[in-house]
Design a binder for this molecule. Structure first.
Ligand code: SF4
Length: 513
């Protein structure tokens, strides 16, 4: 174990909390000391949930350690069952409780409660939050579906195909908005959504997962284990493409079409995203070739690299993830960009890699936002861990056509702001910013005097005629100072005392050769 100031992922029981918090009619009894209840804040403060996670803590104290802490588990499980009457109970340990080895899951199983009890054994010192979420979801689905093969009901003629959306969770990056977008995508090709899980699902709904024709694995970190198990034991195929970006959304619809046996060509023809045109438009041509460094969870890092190169014309100069479970996928993706993937959960190592790659844009989690800020590089957040400002009140998905629009705005605006700041810094001394002020700089203290007909310059230097000055002002402000200096140098070298329009253009032609 390593002490750290920042961490990309919490301990695995926080992952279990994400599953419990996403669902309805589930309760989680967590054997944990007083103080570990801090995890509640992640949901209420960062995600702005309006109620506490459905978690009962045993909250043992130091003085309990010499006594019977196991008994605390039994009474907490009994109280939680009687008070909340859930359809299923999750029972497990926090990191600290794991050390006292009370076997809380086994204890709860032995109580013969009339609802399924799912014991969670999540090794806190070798695994992390996303793994904990994935395991919890998998064990809960297993408990509700059972391992016996079920017969899927025959679809009657004219009945639309049905799919389950697996993976969206509480504290998932834009999960709430992605679900809405993916529902719309499926609707556009005539596929119904059967169950969304764990997001807003009940254990009873999990029991009916096998009534759908296929599954859609939206976030592999969370749902790949479950989707693969349902495929193995129940023969349910699943869609693997994550629809983030225009190209991936097209691939996603094509894969859905193949599994559902529906024609998706109309939906592809009607694809509505402004990203492709915006990224080709005159406004955006200066984005081409921008060096971008990507570090995120596996799902979002892989998707971002594809969009960055194929849809925005950026150059990917770094790609990595903190998700060890997705290291292989990210390594394979990095090879396509001629890169070696950075697999690490040490933010200092990530910071050093970003500094060495000298990117012009960083796409990452809130960790990378801090790093980019320190390095003075524009940044956009594309994955968890995130902070409260990354849970916007408005609809702001990452998936589907609208997700592509959101991504264009979220990535390109920081670059524009970066460019603006760069220009302001570069031309701070310029006439527009300095002498006379402008809307970017200081406002002039007093009204300017009318311009003289002949502009006075340093002794011995050529003077500008009024026409010459007027023409000079037509040149964009950020190159005007240079144009003025070059023209004066040109005039001095040729003994020209007054600079008019002709001299200005002669100098321009001379330096333009
Ligand atoms: S011991 Fe575990 S639960 Fe407690 S604060 Fe540390 S990481 Fe969180």
């Amino acid at each position: 174990m390593q002490l750290t100031l920042w961490t990309y992922e919490g301990p695995p029981h926080v992952g279990a909390m994400r599953i419990a918090t996403s669902m309805r009619e589930v309760h989680y009894v967590l054997h944990a000391p007083q103080g570990d209840t801090y995890a509640d804040l992640l949901f209420t403060m960062i995600e702005r949930r309006d109620k506490r996670p459905p978690v009962t803590y045993t909250t043992f104290q130091a003085r309990d350690l010499g006594g019977d802490t196991a008994n605390l588990v039994v009474s907490a499980v009994r109280d939680a069952y009687e008070r909340f009457k859930p359809q299923a109970l999750l029972v497990g340990d926090s990191c600290t409780a794991e050390l006292i080895q009370d076997q809380s899951g086994a204890l709860a199983m032995g109580m013969n409660l009339p609802v399924p009890v799912v014991p969670l054994e999540l090794p806190a010192y070798s695994k992390k939050e996303n793994w904990g979420a994935s395991e919890t979801f998998y064990h809960l689905v297993r408990a509700m579906v059972g391992s016996a093969k079920r017969e899927r009901p025959q679809r009657s003629a004219g009945q639309r195909p049905k799919a389950n959306l697996l993976g969206p969770t509480a504290l998932g990056f834009r999960s709430r908005d992605d679900v809405r977008e993916v529902r719309a995508l499926l609707e556009s090709v005539g596929v119904d959504v059967h169950v969304v899980a764990p997001w807003d699902a009940t254990p009873a709904q999990l029991q009916s997962l096998t009534d759908a024709d296929f599954n859609i694995c939206l976030y592999p970190e969370i749902a790949l284990t479950t989707a693969s198990w349902l495929q193995r034991t129940q023969g349910m195929p699943f869609v693997k493409t994550v629809p983030i970006g225009v190209g991936a959304t097209r691939d996603f619809l094509t894969e859905v079409g193949q599994l559902a046996g529906v024609d998706v060509s109309d939906a592809l023809d009607a694809a509505q995203s402004r990203l492709p045109w915006y990224s080709r438009s005159v406004d955006s041509t200066y984005l081409t070739g921008k060096r971008v460094f990507i570090f995120a969870d596996g799902t979002h890092a892989i998707a971002a690299a594809r969009i960055a190169r194929d849809e925005l014309g950026f150059t990917v100069v770094g790609l990595g993830t903190y998700s060890r479970e997705m290291a292989r996928d990210v390594r394979e993706a990095a090879q396509q960009y001629g890169l070696e993937a950075l697999i690490s959960d040490d933010y200092l190592e990530v910071e050093a890699a970003i500094a060495a790659a000298a990117p012009e844009l960083v796409l990452g989690s809130q960790m990378e936002r801090h790093i980019a800020k320190r390095l003075g590089v524009p940044c956009a957040v594309i994955s968890g861990p995130f902070h409260v400002q990354d849970v916007p009140a408005r609809h702001s998905p990452q998936m589907g056509w609208e997700g592509a629009n959101v991504i264009f705005d979220a990535w390109v605006h920081p670059l524009m702001m970066g460019l603006e700041e760069h220009l302001i810094g570069m031309f701070r001394e310029d006439f527009e910013f300095g002498e006379h002020g402008s809307h970017h700089g200081k406002a002039p203290a007093k009204r300017q005097e009318p311009e003289p007909l002949l502009v006075a310059v340093a002794a011995g230097a050529p003077a500008w005629t009024a026409d010459g000055e007027k023409e000079l002002k037509k040149i964009p402000f950020f190159v005007r100072k240079k144009a003025r200096m070059n023209t004066e140098k040109f005039a001095v070298e040729r003994g020209i005392a007054q600079i008019g329009v002709d001299t200005l253009y002669e100098a321009k032609a001379h330096y333009g050769k």
